[in-house]
Design a protein around this ligand. Sequence first.
Ligand code: PMT
Length: 399
Amino acid sequence: MLQGKCVLLGVTGGIAAYKATELLRLLVKAGADVHVVMTRSAQEFVTPLTFQTLSGHPVHTELFSLVQEQEIGHISLADRADLILVAPATANLIGKVAVGLADDLLTTTIMATKAPVLFAPAMNTNMWENPIYQENQAKLERYGYHFILPVSGALACGWEGQGKLPDPQAIFDFALPLMGSDELAGKTVLVTAGPTREEIDPVRFLSNYSSGKMGYAIARAASRRGAHVVLVSGPVNLEPPANVELIQVVSAAEMYAAVMAQADQANVIIKAAAVADYRPVERSACKTKKSACQKLTIELELNPDILAELGKQKGDRFLVGFAAETHDLNKYASQKLQQKNLDMIVANDVTQEGAGFNGDTNVVRLLFAEGSTEELPRMSKDAVAAVLLDRIIARLAAI
Ligand code: PMT
């Protein structure tokens, strides 16, 4: 994903400095060449050796170091970077950049770069709320610097409030589109994910095992490639990916309404959600009580088929469906491909080990409208999402 990209990871002196090691791991895993610059106080929290081991490069700490200057130098660092990412960024570092101070290697490099700069501030909540800090951040934002905002929670200093460094994965997701992966720039990708719930009464519902992981991986992957992503999600326990517009729904009828309202602006629609085909004809206003009867019948009626409806009004949108099957995968998937007027269908046999619901991996077969198929091995849902987008982008380019 980040092959050929050079990231300069700046680490400043905060208790969250240890989380930068996880961020570094994610960047390296994605293929980036990462060089780390640590401020003097950052080294009080984590040793340069840790970052050196994880990045495979010496860590830069000194503005005036003969060896470091000769090998790279702050100007060369500033020029080579596709992104400068400072995590955690202290109020002190942000204050210095905001007033144009360049008195160490990190601030000098930030001043000298033409690359995008992303700050991930983390600090005590009172410092965060301090109007001086807020003014500094606003000033830097006006100049085009990027910020991923700290999250709320219990802080290491004992206070409760906004100031925590976001999860490394959230910072990573936020950073990706800044590195010029723009194959889907200008395009809107509408993704559905997760299950739907069809209420029987106030305490019971009909649903399925979908966790939303497949759809969220697709939304994340599309956002990383520069798309504007609208994610219509059923009830799941997942953090929404950074930079996506999340629309939460519960029932198939709600998903239908949300998708139809967004479909016009979408260039690509990918329906990974496991939508309930049926819903109870009646929803009881009160909890259904147990009775002496041995059997209880709940009458169901058909839900609208969202994908089929999209297929009827497809226009020039690229339409992708999923097929979750337990047998005759090819037969049912190709029927859905044709009947729902899709460009592509992603078929998964949910009885197969490592495929389908809830796990972190999937095993899928891609069927295309023009008749070709592609079988993918078991891979992470993130990797499946990346391949899907590769295939979609190739087809969009050919139109
Ligand atoms: O969420 P995870 O735990 O990661 O699991 C991933 C997954 C198994 C849910 C996913 O890989 C998957 O297969 N999603 C589609 C599940 C499904 O509902 O398949 P289906 O064969 O019943 O539906 C076919 C297609 O029509 C799907 O794209 C579905 O979104 C769509 N559909 C179905 C019914 C309906 N009323 N409206 C629809 O739009």
